[in-house]
Design a protein around this ligand. Structure first.
Ligand SMILES: [Zn+2]
Length: 232
């Protein structure tokens, strides 16, 4: 059967839906046009988040959207395992990454892990589909299982920002030497940066030459508040 016809027929019982608003969309679309337009209005840059880049262990950062409205809906559906927003954001994030680092110099893309229990129950890490889509768009290999998260009872978003660096100690490195590797580390949302700082430190301690970070969203107001700056 013609593969396009097969997709069209599949679309009848299993309609493709936009991850951000759940409207029906054509089978070959990742998101609906209204959400793609809304996302453009939610664009921010890494510099909006990073008031003091020298405080960060990574070489460069790439961020797409403010964590609100449409982008927030996309992140929430990505956590549920939907791939539309992850693939769309992965492609867009690749364009942003290219502006701050040369993909040809990157050794691999990896992402912030989840606990083994969570991975077994849901089958993926929440940043994994984004990381894979980004790696594909950049034509860079991926590596998983370098970083692990120990099981605990608290979820990070339940914690105040000053407890987040303590929480980040749950992440561990479990791979071999990363001597000379240049790594792109991916997560869904950048808030205080404690998780990505911890994961970056672990990769650098394992010998990585450099780490850059890329996230779909950032929470600029929360970061400013955690830094003790006044928030308008
Ligand atoms: Zn939509």
């Amino acid at each position: 059967m013609n593969p396009l016809l097969k997709l069209r027929l599949l679309d009848l019982p299993y309609p493709n839906r936009c991850d951000c608003c759940y409207e029906r969309i054509p089978y070959d679309q990742l998101l609906c046009p209204a959400c793609m337009e809304a996302l453009e209005a939610e664009r921010i840059s890494y510099d909006d988040w990073a008031a003091d880049q020298s405080a960060q262990p990574w070489d460069s950062g790439a961020v797409l959207y403010s964590y609100r409205d449409t982008a927030r809906n996309g992140i929430l559906s990505m956590k549920e395992g939907d791939r539309g927003f992850a693939r769309y954001a992965g492609q867009k994030l690749a364009e942003t990454v290219r502006k701050v680092c040369d993909p040809e110099t990157l050794s691999f893309v990896t992402w912030v892990p989840v606990t083994r229990r969570r991975r077994l129950s849901q089958g993926y890490a929440h940043a994994e589909n984004l990381g894979k889509a980004l790696a594909k768009a950049l034509d860079v290999p991926t590596r998983r299982d370098l970083l692990t998260e120990r099981q605990g009872t608290l979820r990070q978003h339940d914690l105040p920002s000053d407890a987040r660096s303590l929480y980040a100690q749950r992440f561990q490195y479990s791979g071999g030497s990363l001597e000379g590797k240049r790594i792109l580390l991916v997560d869904d949302v950048l808030t205080t940066g404690s998780t990505l700082r911890r994961c970056t430190d672990l990769l650098l301690e394992a010998g990585a030459e450099s780490v850059s970070i890329a996230t779909a969203c950032a929470r600029v107001r929360e970061k400013a508040a955690a830094d003790g700056q006044s928030v308008p």
